[in-house]
Each structure stands twice: as C-alpha cells, then as structure tokens.
Design a protein around this ligand. Structure first.
Ligand code: M6R
Length: 614
C-alpha cells in the first residue's frame, strides 16, 4: 500500500505535498514524511502515526521551508519493518543527497542489502525501500545522471514499486518510475505533480499521464522526458481525468462510515437510473461488451475479488446461477494467482473491486486476460488500473468511499450483480416474464426499504450496547445470506477488533457448536424464504447450548420472541434480494459497537483502504 506524492514547479511545495498526502491517507496511516529541496540541501521531516503528526512536526520549521518548490512525500502502511520513525519514508542514501519515496514491495531487498552493505552502505532502517535508496545512489555515483541511475537501478529490482526520486545536485528535477504499482503524473503550467492516485492532484490539474510499467519520467518545471527501460524516448499519452475535485465532508455525521451507510438508498437509486426504467422494460447494460450470442452460450464464469468485494461476488454467484443457470466459481484473488487455474477464452472472468487497485485482484485479472478470457470489471473507480484492463467495465458509482470499512460500495456491487444477472437472464430467456417483472418491481423498491431501516436505528443501538463487551461473535445464515454472515462478521472485526466469524448454519454442528455457551452471541440472519425453517432449527440448536441469540429477520413469526434475546426487524423482501436489506443493520451494529468502544471507526488499526501489495 502506501501513497506517494511529488511536486516540481514554482509554487511553495509544503502545502501541496501535505494536502496530497491527506487525500491518500486511505492508503495507510502508520507514518508519513516529506523531503524538501532547499537552497543547498534536502531536508527530511517524518512523523509516526497519522498525518496530523507530520503537520505538527513541520509547524516550527515553516518559515525555513516555505521557499521550497520541489519535494516528495509519503504516507506509509508498514510492510517491512515496524511502523516507527526510523522506518518512515522518505529514505536517503548515506550522504543524504539522494532521497526517495516508494510504494510497493521490493522482493529481492535482502540480496540487495547484502550486496550494498558489502560495498560500504550502512543501513539504518528495516525497510525494503532503503536498499533502493542505496542502490540508486550507487548507480548515480557511477553515472552522475539521476535518470540513468534510476533506470539502471530499476533493472536490478524485483517486485512492485512506484518510486519518486530527487537528488541534491538537481535544483528542480524529479525522476519517477513504476512497476506493478500505480503512479500518475499531473501536468500543470510550468509544474508537475506526482501521485499514487488522482485525489492527490485533482485540485490542481485534470491533465495527467498514467505511467506504464518500466517507464521512467524525468520532470523539470517546463518539461517531461519519458523513456522506456532501454532508455528510448516514448510518446506521452496524456489524458483528461474524468474527475471533479470533491470536498470530502462528514455532512454532520460523526464518522464517514455512518454517513456512507446512510448514503446507500441514494446510491441504489442512482445505479438504477438509466438501467431500469420500469418493471416491464428490459434492463439496459450497455457496459457489457460481450455479444449476445456469446452471452447466451456461456457455460462458465469465474469471479475474483478480495474482502468485502469477495462477499459481493459470492452473492453474485448465487444470483447468476439462480437466474441464468450458468456455473459460477468464486475465488479469493490471492488464492487464484498461485495455482493452476482452469481459465480459458470461453470463460467470462469478472473482477470485483471497490478501488480497482487491489494488487491480488489486478494480478489475477491480468493472468486471466493473458489466457484470452473476456474481462468484466465491477468497480467504484472507472479510472483505476483494473478498469484499464477491462473488456467490459461496469462502474458502480457509489461515490468516494472514505471509511476503510466498505459499506455503500458493497451494496452498490450487489446492485451491479442484480442488474448483470437479470440482464443476462433476459438475453438467455431463462426467467419467465411474469417472474422477471416481479423481480424488477422488487428491485425498484429496495431504496425505500433501506430508508425505512435507517429511519430508526434504536434497536440496533440497543443491541450494540448489550454486546459491545463481548469477545467473540458468531453470525449464521444459509443460502444467499451466507455471504451476508461473512460480511457482517468482517465489518465487526475490522472496526471493533472483536473476533467475529460467519458460518453456514448447517456447518455449526460439524465443529463450531463446541464453542457455544452462555457468553457467546449467535446472530441468525433469518430471512423468509427457502431456508427459513432450516435456519430456525439451527438457531434452536444454538439456543439449546445456551448461546445468546440475536435474530435479524423480516418474519413476524411469534415463536421468535421466545427463541431470541434481541430481534432486529427489517422490511419484508423477496428472498433473492434479502442480502441487500439484511446487510444494513449488520453494518450499523458493527458501527455502533465500535463507536461505543471508542474505536477509530474510519481508520481502524493495521488496515488501509486500498491494498496495493500482494
Ligand atoms: O478495493 P477492493 O474492493 O478490491 O478491496 C478489497 C478489500 O481490501 C476490502 O473489501 C476490505 O476487505 C474492506 N476493508 C472491507 O471493509
């Protein structure tokens, strides 16, 4: 993960770097740092923890550093070495003249470290990055040319990197390069910006160049030189970023997560606009570029994703198999990439990712693409690396999601799967017309049902207070809501650090039931439909072992009151749409427990919003 920024131009650089880093804080918040070129030296400032600590560190030096017009900055999510000041970026060579920031993982850093130590380099941190600083410095000592030094060093590095480098010999030059990590150069008037992601630069410019792997850009205020790994100049593909600067505001909510949970009805309404006009009209999904005959004859789909997106994918499998009768495999990207997968030109591969940058998913879809599969990407970031790999791009348009815990992007991904599955079913003719109409009617009612849940959260808050001090939590469900159990548990563990696990309820008796006693809460996602009675029996079994029972239900079944200590009611909904309704109280439950415990809801420990390392 980590985020990097850079600037070379004629304006004071400090605020540009700090504002840019603030926009990238979703990528990590273990430490941050900047390096600033002053008249005869480069000054480096670092701080542990969140960016505010770096701002405070810089305050006493402001008059001294305001004149600087070139600098680089970094926000860290620790991979190699603890999140300490010593390991914070920027890293320097031993004389301090060469300074760089890095996002990614240098896989051969141990070998480089040994080689460079033998040459006399003294290592001060435990990071993989420091090896690169010494390596580029050693190449610079030989070549006296910063671009050439970076180019030669890059050839000896294995792994993933985005690098932004400066040297004290250069008054106004930054050199950047990348491989398997995002990096873009923003183009202003007599100035260049460097960033891991668009939000860091969009306030300043909409003109940008996305660096391709192994390209090296040398930036001076009035010129960019772009070369490939052999040193040959290459054409510059400049793009206009389809973004408007957005002021990220909590709009009166205490946390972004709560605001984002409350945005869900509108997100769903927006997704439906232009795609479904009326229950008796066909779904419009022009984003799907597979021709209709190919779609009709598809017999295999693979969906690849991580985390919350993986849970949306699991619901997607259920939907596509139910509506279209096409076999779907779902796999965690990190598993997919290290085995011999049976993917070929006849397989439709769907990648799901909020950020569109998750390293494991990106690698997986590149592998599938190389095997000739059609790649369909469902993402909240149509400008992302994954979107650039897509043959079909289905944006979910949830708007920027700031909180590390995904909420509105999850429901938006579910909506994308509803639309996709029904769109494919219409082409295949696999769902009867009357059923199709009733499904579409239900789909159009979803936003107001979620509005209803959000209008009164008293019961959820009461339940949160009752269980906030528990150590463990079990979520059970069956069928299409098994992924809801996984997602509810993930939400709780990532923001409250309570050990929460989702189980298919039928599996309880094959082991997990041994954990049940009077201290264990078991939350049963008891939505009406094909598995309601079965789940009710599983809930009875848990109750018989004295577990503290909670129900999330749309049933008015009177016997629930005896079985469950707490009941969270949701509006009635057809079973196939129930994951979209059931997840909302679970997001709220996780939120209110974490809030009650005083946790850092939007930026939980050890996590980052965008996971750009494998
Ligand atoms: O950006 P992506 O959807 O690819 O991210 C995948 C996971 O890292 C992400 O869903 C993560 O699990 C969230 N923090 C969950 O809330």
């Amino acid at each position: 993960m980590c985020g990097i920024v850079g600037y070379v131009g004629n304006r004071p650089v400090v605020d540009i770097l700090l504002d840019g880093l603030e926009q990238l804080e979703y990528r990590g918040y273990d430490s941050s740092g900047v390096a600033l070129k002053l008249e005869d030296e480069i000054k480096v400032y670092k701080a542990e923890g969140k960016l505010i600590n770096l701002r405070n560190t810089l305050k006493p030096h402001i008059s001294e550093i305001m004149s600087s017009t070139m600098g680089i900055g970094h926000i860290r999510w620790a991979t190699h070495g603890a999140p300490t000041l010593l390991n914070a970026h920027p890293h320097t060579c031993n004389c301090g003249n060469l300074v760089l920031v890095h996002n990614g993982i240098i896989e051969n850093y141990k070998e480089l470290r040994e080689k460079l130590s033998a040459k006399g380099c003294v290592f001060r941190s435990q990071t993989d990055t420091e090896a690169v600083a010494h390596l580029v410095a050693s190449k610079y000592a030989e070549t006296k040319d910063l671009t050439e030094a970076v180019r030669l060093a890059a050839q000896e590095i294995e792994g993933a990197y985005a690098l932004c480098v400066m040297h004290n010999d250069y008054k106004n030059t930054l050199v950047v390069t990348k491989r398997n990590a995002p990096l873009l150069v923003g183009i202003g008037e007599g100035e260049f910006y460097v960033a891991s992601d668009v939000p860091a630069i969009i306030k300043h410019t909409k003109k940008a160049l996305y660096l391709n792997d192994n390209q090296i850009a040398t930036l001076t205020p009035d010129k960019m030189l772009l070369i490939d790994k052999d040193g040959v100049e290459v054409p510059q593909k400049i793009e206009l970023l389809p973004w408007e600067p957005v002021a990220l505001s909590k709009m009166g909510y205490k946390h972004f997560m709560l605001k984002e949970i409350h945005e869900q009805p509108d997100v769903i309404r927006n997704i439906l606009v232009g795609k479904l006009h009326a229950p008796d009209e066909p779904i419009i999904l022009n984003e799907v570029k597979l021709n209709k005959d190919t779609l009709k004859n598809l017999n295999r789909i693979q969906i690849i994703a991580c985390g919350t997106s993986l849970h949306a994918a699991m619901v997607g499998k259920y939907l596509i198999e139910s509506f279209c009768g096409i076999a779907v495999d779902v796999e965690a990207s990190s598993e997919y990439i290290y085995r011999k997968t049976v993917t070929d030109a006849h397989t439709l591969v769907i990648g799901v990712s909020q950020s569109g940058e998750t390293a494991d998913t990106l690698t997986a879809i590149k592998q599938a693409k190389a095997k000739g599969s059609h790649i369909l990407i469902i993402t909240n970031r149509p400008d992302s690396a994954m979107a650039r790999e897509a043959d079909s791009l289905v944006p979910v348009n949830a708007g920027i999601e700031v909180s590390v815990a995904a909420t509105k992007s999850y429901t938006a991904q579910l909506m994308a799967f509803y639309l996709l599955a029904l769109y494919m079913a219409e082409i295949k003719g696999s769902v009867e017309n009357s059923t199709m109409t009733s499904l579409k009617e239900e789909m159009m009612l979803l936003p107001q049902k979620i509005d209803q849940i959000l209008a009164n959260t008293d019961d959820v808050q009461k339940c949160a207070r009752a269980f906030a001090n528990t150590k463990d939590f079990i979520y059970i469900a069956r069928g299409i809501n098994f992924p809801t159990a996984l997602e509810g548990a993930l939400k709780l563990k990532e923001i409250s650090y309570i050990n929460a696990t989702g189980y298919p309820a039928g599996e309880l008796k094959h082991g997990p039931i041994a954990m049940l006693d009077e201290t264990m809460p078991v939350l049963s996602i008891l939505m009406k439909g094909s598995v309601y009675e079965k789940l009710l029996s599983n809930s009875e079994e848990a109750k018989a072992r004295n577990a503290r029972m909670i129900a999330l239900t749309n049933s008015s079944d009177a016997k629930l009151v005896d079985l469950f200590e707490h009941i969270l009611y949701v509006p009635d909904v057809q079973e196939l749409f129930s994951p979209l309704i059931a997840i909302v109280p679970l997001q709220l439950l996780a939120y209110y427990i974490a809030e009650f415990l005083g946790k850092d809801v939007d930026q939980p420990r050890n996590l980052a919003k965008s996971v750009t390392v494998e």
